[in-house]
Design a protein around this ligand. Structure first.
Ligand SMILES: Nc1ncnc2c1ncn2[C@@H]1O[C@H](COP(=O)(O)OP(=O)(O)OP(=O)(O)O)[C@@H](O)[C@H]1O
Ligand SMILES: [Mg+2]
Length: 337
């Protein structure tokens, strides 16, 4: 049997219809919003239709909570209820409580070395110092020989964040609720496409994720929040932010849709901490092997991954006893075809 009765039929009927099992019975595959709160991974090669799928899922999920998209390439305009063009309009509010939070954030975003982090921690005395870090660094007189080189390399890195104008401003966590209006039925798109550097996009993405977490932790937002993290391999960098975030926020009512083209680069913990997995077509043998291994795919199903069409995916979800090929179907009423 492929379709289990876990969760009860009533709840399943309420869930989002992903499609139908690619077999003569064409059993519908639904995913409950509560399953999305335990995170979803969408992987597939470039152009395999990940973004189109994430767009449709996010548009449906907003019925169950606030939906937020970290839109790396500015592709979500048509589905957004509120579009924030980061870098072109108002700066994004990044919550920072303690200067050390800013150090942790920049460690991740700029992939700092230990001496660079040390020097940064020395310079940042107040949370808002992050906004003038270039000036602080310029004014700093090195106290030791090693600091001369570290200062220069750190200056190169931080200039990537501030060179192209004000994309962000630092706020106290208590202020986030006043600037961010996330609500049920609304899909808020943070369009990062006009930010010129990868580092700046990554900083804003992590800042928004932190803002969502603060709102839920402080109970300033009752609704569940579903966040689409586009191009997640760029957001993850070398650090642990996203991996830790996935593990920590599930109890808070925050569900991430992690979208990436690089399954081979994915951390074991990301695989482990995503409850729903949607695999679109993959091309490289390395990616296919990584996915087959981590999802423990039946060889017959694994052999299909290279041949999947736009409307197909291998899906692992709580409503299925094992990963199967699904024909994606977007009739919201879920009527039989
Ligand atoms: N179900 C579909 N049927 C037909 N065309 C589709 C379908 N899904 C996506 N496409 C088209 O395929 C192209 C790539 O889709 P999409 O941008 O969603 O892929 P992607 O996996 O996100 O790509 P990238 O890795 O470049 O981000 C787009 O032009 C899109 O309109
Ligand atoms: Mg895409």
């Amino acid at each position: 049997m492929i379709y289990s009765t876990r969760g009860g039929l009533e709840e399943q009927a309420e869930g989002i219809l992903l499609g139908r099992v690619s077999s003569p019975l064409r059993v519908p595959v639904r995913v409950k919003p509560s399953d999305f709160l335990r995170h979803c991974l969408i992987v597939g090669t470039t152009g395999s239709g990940k973004t189109s799928l994430a767009m449709r899922i996010a548009s449906e999920l907003k019925r169950y909570g606030a939906a937020v998209v970290l839109d790396w390439y500015g592709e979500y305009q048509s589905v957004g209820d509120r579009i924030l063009r980061v870098g072109a309009g108002d700066p994004v509010a990044i919550p920072i409580e303690d200067p050390l939070d800013a150090v942790f954030l920049l460690e991740e975003v700029l992939e700092l070395s230990p001496p660079q982090s040390y020097l940064l921690a020395k310079l940042l005395k107040k949370p808002r110092d992050l906004e003038r870090i270039v000036d602080l660094l310029e004014a700093y007189e090195p106290e030791a020989r090693w600091e001369v080189e570290t200062k220069a390399s750190l200056a190169r890195k931080v200039s990537l964040l501030l060179r192209y104008g004000r994309a962000f401003r630092v706020v106290q966590p208590s202020e986030v609720g006043r600037v961010e209006e996330f609500s049920r039925g609304r899909l808020t798109v943070f369009d990062l496409s006009s930010l010129r550097t990868l580092e700046l996009r990554r900083l804003v993405a992590l800042g928004v994720l932190n803002a969502v977490r603060y709102l839920k932790e402080r109970r300033e937002l009752e609704e569940d929040v579903f966040v689409v993290v586009e191009e997640a391999h760029n957001v993850m960098a070398r650090g642990r932010f996203l991996q830790k975030y996935l593990a920590e926020v599930r109890k808070l009512g925050i569900g991430l849709l992690v979208v990436t083209q690089s399954p081979a680069g994915l951390d074991y913990e990301v695989m482990n901490n995503t409850n729903v997995k949607i695999v679109k077509a993959l091309k490289s043998a390395e990616d296919m092997a990584a996915v087959s291994r981590s999802m423990n795919l039946d060889p017959r199903v694994a052999s299909m991954i290279g041949k999947l069409g736009f409307d197909e995916a291998v899906v692992e979800a709580p409503s299925l006893t094992e990963p199967v090929v699904v024909e994606l179907d977007w009739d919201p009423r879920g009527s039989e075809r």
